[in-house]
Design a binder for this molecule. Structure first.
Ligand SMILES: Nc1ncnc2c1ncn2[C@@H]1O[C@H](COP(=O)(O)OP(=O)(O)OP(=O)(O)O)[C@@H](O)[C@H]1O
Ligand SMILES: Nc1nc(=O)c2ncn([C@H]3C[C@H](O)[C@@H](CO)O3)c2[nH]1
Length: 207
């Protein structure tokens, strides 16, 4: 192994980040950092009224992920131990740029940079791309009640925001290595050979 990798799995809502990160964590014996969802007190309210609750929600996600990233740095990165996460901290800004406006967005941007600019960043990103129909199908199948009335236009915008966001990360220095997974065609849940192909691609990146 070149250096202990810090791997992040990313992609829009329902792409399969947690699923794939858990499978890779088991297969490659990597500890996993998992984002907090069920304990989030604002998600339900947010989906009912995005403009009213976006600032609280984005700040909640930011504070939680900041704490997790701080712990990840201490427990794994500083000890040169590999780790996989089902998100990249940059997703905060991808979402906030979509849900916040005006003064609140400006304040959020400043807080985001203040908190995260000097934090460890993943050096490998697995980006699951999937189109609107695939994501809506997965969200329905997963069945979280607060997501069932999600405006498809919001999800469609996020798909495009993610493409831009990952492109932005690819242009950073040092640039992370990015493995893009076609989430419409690759079924790593049901198809063992397709999962093994991803495992082999990831091993190539880290070994
Ligand atoms: N490649 C796949 N093929 C079939 N089903 C999948 C695939 N990936 C994920 N799923 C299913 O889709 C649903 C969403 O997956 P998951 O919760 O991992 O997505 P996520 O990207 O982590 O979502 P979120 O953005 O909400 O955190 C789950 O029910 C999961 O079993
Ligand atoms: N607005 C907003 N900002 C975020 O940083 C963010 N991260 C995740 N989510 C939503 C997507 C899923 O419904 C659910 C679980 O991922 O939470 C977010 N929503």
């Amino acid at each position: 192994m070149k250096q202990a990798p810090f791997i992040a799995v990313e992609g829009p809502i329902g792409a399969g980040k947690t699923t794939l990160a858990s499978m890779l964590s088991t297969e490659l014996h990597l500890p996993m950092i998992k984002e907090i969802v069920e304990e989030n007190p604002f998600l339900d309210k947010f989906y009912q009224n995005i403009d009213e609750w976006s600032f609280q929600l984005e700040m909640f996600f930011l504070c939680n992920r900041y704490k997790q990233l701080e712990d990840t740095g201490l427990q794994y990165i500083e000890k040169a131990q590999p780790v996989i996460s089902d998100y990249h901290i940059y997703k905060n800004l991808i979402f906030a740029e979509r849900t916040l406006k005006g003064v609140k967005l400006e304040k959020y941007r400043q807080i985001y940079h203040l908190l995260t600019d000097d934090m460890p960043k993943p050096d490998i990103i697995i980006y699951i791309r999937a189109d609107l129909d695939t994501l809506l199908g997965r969200i329905r199948k997963r069945g979280r009640s607060f997501e069932q009335e999600m405006d498809p236009a919001y999800l469609e915008q996020l798909i495009a925001d993610y493409d831009k966001g990952i492109q932005f990360l690819a242009e950073q220095s040092p640039a992370p290595r990015i493995l893009t997974v076609n989430g419409n065609e690759i079924d790593f849940v049901e198809n063992q050979a397709q999962f093994e192909q991803i495992v082999s691609d990831v091993k190539e990146l880290i070994e």
